[in-house]
Design a protein around this ligand. Structure first.
Ligand SMILES: Nc1nc2c(ncn2[C@@H]2O[C@H](COP(=O)(O)OP(=O)(O)OP(=O)(O)O)[C@@H](O)[C@H]2O)c(=O)[nH]1
Ligand SMILES: [Mg+2]
Length: 324
């Protein structure tokens, strides 16, 4: 669908720093407005600058509290920050889920911090796609850092490792089998480990345990995975966390690792866009009479779905060739 004048104006406003325009574009992305692809195409030249940090860990580990502190530390360095709090279990979407709203409220009056929550029911077309697209909007808006907070409970719809340049895994000194299994999965993906609630008993033990698990990992590169102790609700250890994030960023830039990640992401993005365009083209053409006829034959069982699909594809390709 071609982009309307109203939408072009909205994009221009967003690129000019208008927060309300940004909020409205995010809502359009979440609800899969028909012009989403065109909007994203329009902002694409302005993207590619932002650095993405994923924050994951068990429920209640203190991720939001920590993110709140990290935002403050980045703000002191005059960075612009966008946050996406992804909660697959929450039906809510929009401004912020209640808990996060309370914990991150110090920033709501700050023009250089933008926080958005994403629940699964609010995001048409999947959490992963919505997150990626909101990241694009943040990037074009001029965010220096994008922080994605998500609960790490095994396999989720959203693979933080595919989206983030640096993954922070937040753990807490608590026993329990479920935490043990969760830890195993989380061990794979962390670039930096945080032992939060270090004010509690068992933090040193957990830290040693993580160090040991790290030492068992096959080394993929020269990055030495750090373990940082924090007490987020008392702002302790935050300086160290930020230092490690910056160190990991510099490490990846120096070794061209960041460039490699971006190449891979651009490839994935390209195929996603390609299939979306093809899907859209087919559903548009299915509204036309000729293709509807094939669909009806399939529906009535007169044509098998495999042949029907091939026929439709060949007709679309044929039609395309005829145009050139
Ligand atoms: N004792 C202690 N409590 C903390 C610390 N950091 C956070 N908390 C508390 O832990 C609770 C959960 O914190 P959140 O920041 O909401 O945790 P979360 O990981 O974002 O939680 P979900 O998003 O619901 O998974 C809150 O009551 C915090 O005040 C800490 O360092 N020490
Ligand atoms: Mg949270």
């Amino acid at each position: 669908m071609p982009i309307s004048d109203k939408e072009i104006k909205l994009v221009d406003k967003m690129l000019g720093g208008d927060r309300l325009a940004l909020a409205r574009l995010i809502t359009m992305v979440e609800s899969r407005h028909p012009s989403v692809l065109e909007i994203l195409k329009g902002i694409n030249p302005k993207t590619g600058r932002a650095y993405t940090i994923g924050v994951t860990g068990p429920p209640g580990a203190g991720k939001s509290t920590l993110v709140n502190e990290v935002i403050q530390a980045f703000r002191k360095k005059d960075n612009k920050i966008g946050v996406i709090a992804v909660d697959p279990s929450s039906p809510f979407t929009g401004g912020a889920v209640l808990g996060d709203r309370i914990r991150m409220q110090n920033h709501t009056l700050d023009d250089n911090v933008f926080i958005r929550s994403l629940g699964s029911r609010g995001s048409h077309g999947g959490l992963s796609r919505a997150t990626k697209e909101i990241m694009k909007l943040y990037d074009a808006f001029g965010m220096d850092y994008i922080i994605i907070e998500t609960v790490g409970v095994g396999q989720t719809e959203l693979d933080i490792i595919d989206l983030a340049d640096t993954v922070l895994v937040v753990l807490v000194p608590e026993a329990g089998d479920s935490v043990q299994t969760m830890k195993a999965g989380l061990m794979e993906i962390g670039d930096i480990f945080i032992v939060n609630k270090a004010d509690r008993e068992g933090a040193d033990r957990l830290s040693k345990e993580i160090q040991f698990m790290i030492s068992l990992k096959p080394k993929e590169d020269e990055w030495k995975i750090p373990v940082v102790l924090t007490s987020a609700h008392e702002s302790k250890g935050i300086v160290e966390v930020v230092r490690e994030i910056e160190r990991h960023k510099a490490f990846q830039i120096d070794g061209d690792l960041l460039k490699e990640k971006r190449v891979k992401r651009r490839e994935e993005e390209f195929f996603e866009i390609l299939s979306e365009i093809i899907e859209r083209k087919i559903s548009e053409d299915l509204r036309s009479n000729e293709l509807r006829r094939i669909l009806d034959l399939v529906k009535n069982g007169e044509l098998d779905p495999y042949e029907g699909a091939e026929l439709i594809l060949s007709k679309i390709l044929h039609h395309r060739q005829g145009l050139n």
